[in-house]
Design a binder for this molecule. Structure first.
Ligand code: SF4
Length: 395
């Protein structure tokens, strides 16, 4: 991870001047605009141990490679009033505002790309006074990179709320990935979180433009989105319902979650911060739906009566509810194997391949296939025996 401090130091040492004297970057601007992306998530890999630091972040390319991206705002000036955001006009401790020019941003990106610090650019922004003007500047940056410098690196462009359809189309032509932040689970929660953003027209309508352009214009840049978790006291059930809509109706590739953290000077500064584990549990149910293809009816068992996800592994909670009898790996279907905690899609397929050749008689055989035995054993019956140490079957 290359920190913002290091990037600022490189700027001070004039390392970004390779494209000529026009590219002279103010380290304070670089720090402020980098810091402004702290809550823009571009991969679900951040955790308390690997926080979503501004500067250079990691994301995943189409082929699943982990790539380093220079993550920055184009400008931290924004005319919206979002009650959780330090760039909003209603934040009493709004920082000094900065904007890049397209040429500056191109210079930094190319210099870092050529020096092998990054493999691409993640460009977000405040909307400035007018979203069309800032979208145009962001697109100009991507245009210069792609067309003038034949930049082959990865580009992720944020679509600003309210952006025009033509700007969205060009973003999809230039970028590998586009995204527009949902932020809230519903229009009513959005109206609590922002007095200026219209959930339907500024966000959902723009998502539909992207979805339709993907098919009508055959533009491969898929879209992702992001939710702020817990800013408006929504429950996890409301979030997951929205997530299901996003995957099924909008066709987003990924939903990212960012636990709400109150910021000084914002109208939400006294709201309770959300624990990191809430974000983690949402990623886990998202994974069960998207990768394990669990049916929503199965996943709902992970939620409590208040529509919240407890701080417990959702797959374990679901298995305790739905796995009635110990599963015999020698005869279970793929779906039955997948229900067992500690067995994922890959190990389930390996079990099915192995049992065609031999009967599975020992836990060690399963462990060698990648099964996490400590978690799986209580739900399994191996060689006619089930794990007698487990309380749950007798509970
Ligand atoms: S639109 Fe984005 S940058 Fe602007 S105030 Fe809202 S959250 Fe902040």
């Amino acid at each position: 991870m290359v920190s913002l401090e290091k990037i600022a130091r490189l700027a001070q040492e004039s390392r970004f001047d390779s494209l000529g004297p026009a590219v002279c970057v103010d380290p304070e601007k670089l720090s402020s605009l980098g810091e402004g992306t702290r809550y823009d998530v571009c991969a679900s890999t951040h955790s308390p141990r690997s926080p979503n630091l501004p500067g250079i972040c990691h994301s995943f390319s189409h082929d699943g490679r982990c790539i380093s991206l220079f993550k920055t705002l184009y400008t931290n000036y924004c005319s919206h009033q979002c009650n959780y955001c330090t760039n909003a006009t209603n934040c009493s401790r709004r920082a000094a505002t900065f904007s890049y020019t397209p040429q500056e941003l191109v210079g930094i990106t190319l210099s870092m790309y050529r020096a092998n610090y990054i493999e691409g650019l993640f460009l977000s922004s405040g909307v400035g006074r007018n979203e069309d003007h800032i979208m145009e500047r962001m697109l100009e940056t991507a245009r210069i990179l792609r067309q003038k410098h034949c930049f082959q690196g990865y580009i992720h462009l944020k679509v600003l709320p309210g952006a025009s359809r033509s700007h969205i189309q060009e973003a999809m032509e230039l970028a590998d990935r586009v995204s527009i932040n949902l932020e809230a689970a519903s229009a009513s929660h959005m109206s609590e979180m922002s007095t200026t953003k219209n959930y339907e027209s500024d966000i959902l309508q723009r998502q539909r433009y992207i979805r339709d352009l993907e098919t009508s214009e055959n533009l491969p840049a898929g879209q992702t989105t992001q939710l702020v978790v817990g800013a408006s006291k929504e429950c996890d059930e409301e979030i997951f319902n929205r997530v299901l809509y996003e995957y099924k109706e909008i066709g987003v590739r990924r939903v990212y979650y960012s636990a709400f953290s109150p910021q000084d000077g914002t109208p939400f500064q006294n709201r309770e911060p959300q624990p990191q584990w809430r974000e983690v549990r949402l990623y886990q149910v998202d994974w069960l739906f998207r990768v394990y293809h669990f049916h929503p009816q199965e996943i709902w068992h992970a939620f409590d009566e208040n529509g919240l996800l407890p701080n417990a592994d959702p797959k374990m909670t679901i298995a305790r509810e739905l796995v009635d009898l110990p599963v015999d790996p020698n005869i279970a279907t793929y779906r039955e194997l997948l229900m067992v905690p500690g067995i994922g899609p890959r190990s389930a397929k390996r079990i099915i391949a192995l049992r065609k050749r031999q009967t599975i008689l020992r836990k060690a055989e399963l462990a060698s296939l990648g099964v996490r035995i400590k978690r799986a054993a209580p739900f399994l019956k191996i060689g006619g025996w089930r794990d007698a140490t487990l309380q749950m079957w007798s509970a």
